[in-house]
Design a protein around this ligand. Structure first.
Ligand code: COA
Length: 464
């Protein structure tokens, strides 16, 4: 049975910090953020917003746009790594908010959980709900999968320049207008790792950034290997001699902790794929140096990162490789449009891959390309660590959805924060009643109880 994404909506907080202001305040070269990382603006949550209200606002948008009644929604999953409760699931908060609009008990039939696996959990939620539909359990109902996060790092840490916040919701059904997932090819890889984690009670993560970047690429490559085997054995894709699987994927969406990471990951995957093919000889000739090999090619990630001579040579080789016309062509055609939203908004953890997908649809469509029948590949990564690679095909009805996409108007009027305001927000110095933007037609947080018996209870209202 067909199953996939029928529609997609986003909710992005309207406060933001400008990358140049931030760089100046931290004594960094603004070019490092703008060019080195591909960060121009980072969305920051207001005092009266948490990941649950970002998620609820995205859900309300998609329901109102499609005139959906609560009865038509069979499942609502929330995937996040910004959870604020160890027991109560975030979908419960979201349903509580939606029932303020749709009436108490309107969603009582609607099953779901909160899922966690750093930035990859939304992909697992999407896969499980797609299979719920494929199995015929949905009985004509939709599933909503919301990915919602606040990417917040310690002040002064190297992660602070890769923050952001927002939610993306995907409406799934058996007659998707946007994207039908390819069946039986979704592939995963998993390994117990400590590249990025957030111990209980800590608001910000402990991050080993360079380690995490390398692990991300290694894990996605492993999942891609498994995906390749499945698509070839199921004959979903038939490879001719000299071809790679990537030649058959029209658009690629990668996990984006910052936009340039997408380009880095693409270069890594493409290098590994092309290395075995006749075209590599010409590329090596145009680069002018041989591809470097680590001292211990079978070593651990630590030994590779510790091999400074190799790392420097590999970095130089990658830079030259990404400048080749062959790579540039792949980058421009398959990936670049997916990075535009990330540059404007920043890291969204679970939601960053799907914001990239949303971005790629809008900006590829604007190029005048007919997207119907195009295959979209996804490289999802979550620290700790797991990767998932899967694909889908854009459906003939896609224009109904994509023609109205407009990132700027969907974000709404943004307000730039001063560094002082940003730091006050970052250090949680302001209460929900001291919000900086006046929100209309949105759910906001009004109170978190502190007395012993009800500690942690949250109250939200809908600002009509
Ligand atoms: N002008 C232009 N580019 C510059 C520059 C300058 N003045 N200074 C540095 N750069 C470039 C670097 O060359 C590098 O680009 P490259 O990777 O293409 O070579 C890029 O900017 C980043 O610089 P780098 O020195 O690697 O940054 P860093 O070590 O200070 O931190 C991260 C970068 C991403 C590791 C850090 O921000 C981080 O840990 N973020 C969190 C990431 C995360 O969440 N990971 C987990 C989920 S996957």
């Amino acid at each position: 049975m067909t199953a996939g994404i029928d529609d997609i909506a986003i909710y992005i907080p309207r406060l933001y910090i400008d990358a140049s202001d931030f760089a100046k305040a931290r004594g960094l070269d603004p070019e490092k953020l703008q060019k080195g990382l591909g960060v121009a603006q980072m969305a920051i949550v207001d005092t009266n917003q948490d990941p649950a209200c970002l998620a609820a606002n995205a859900c309300l948008k998609i329901m109102q746009k499609n005139k959906l009644s609560p009865e038509s929604i069979g499942r609502l999953y929330v995937s996040t790594e910004s959870s604020f409760d160890e027991s109560k699931a975030m979908n419960s908060y979201v349903i509580g908010m939606l029932e303020q609009v749709y009436g108490q008990g309107a969603f009582e039939h609607c099953g779901g959980v909160e899922t966690k696996f750093a930035c990859v959990s939304g992909s697992y939620a999407l896969y499980d709900n797609t299979n719920w539909i494929r199995a015929g359990e949905a009985e004509g109902k939709y599933a909503l999968v919301v990915v919602s996060d606040i990417a917040k790092y310690d002040m002064g840490s190297s992660g602070e320049m890769t923050q952001g916040a927002g939610a993306v919701v995907m409406l799934l059904n058996d007659k998707p207008r946007l994207l039908a997932f390819d069946p039986k090819v979704t592939s995963t890889s998993i390994k117990d790792e400590y590249d990025f984690y957030r111990p209980f009670g800590k608001e910000t993560p402990i991050v080993h950034g360079q380690y995490s970047n390398l692990l991300y690429m290694i894990q996605v490559r492993k999942a891609l290997e498994a995906y390749k085997k499945k698509v070839i054995s199921s004959q979903l894709i038939k490879l001719e001699p000299g071809e790679t699987i990537l030649d058959h994927i029209d658009f690629l969406n990668m996990h984006l902790p910052y936009s340039n990471m997408g380009k880095k990951a693409l270069a890594y995957l493409v290098r590994h794929e092309w290395r075995q093919l006749p075209r590599w000889k010409k590329i090596i000739q145009s680069i002018g140096i041989e591809e470097p090999i680590p001292k211990d090619p079978r070593g651990t990630i630590e030994s590779v990162l510790g091999d400074q001579e190799f790392m420097a040579k590999d970095h130089a080789f990658t830079k030259l490789f990404t400048k080749t016309s062959e790579f540039q062509e792949v980058y421009e055609a398959k990936l670049s449009s997916s990075l535009i939203a990330s540059k404007m908004i920043g890291n969204l953890y679970t939601a960053s891959l799907y914001l990239g997908f949303r971005s790629s649809l809008e900006f590829e469509f604007q190029k005048g390309i007919d997207l119907a029948g195009k295959r979209v590949g996804f490289g999802s990564y979550g620290s700790g660590s797991s990767a998932m690679v899967f694909s889908g095909v854009i459906q003939p009805e896609y224009k109904e959805i994509v023609k109205d996409m407009n990132l700027e108007s969907e974000i709404g009027e943004r307000r730039k924060l001063t560094l002082n305001e940003y730091e006050e927000l970052h250090e949680n110095k302001l209460g929900p009643e001291e919000s900086m933007v006046h929100s209309k037609h949105e759910f906001v947080l009004v109170d978190v109880k502190t007395d012993a018996e009800f500690r942690g209870e949250r109250r939200y209202v809908f600002n009509a």
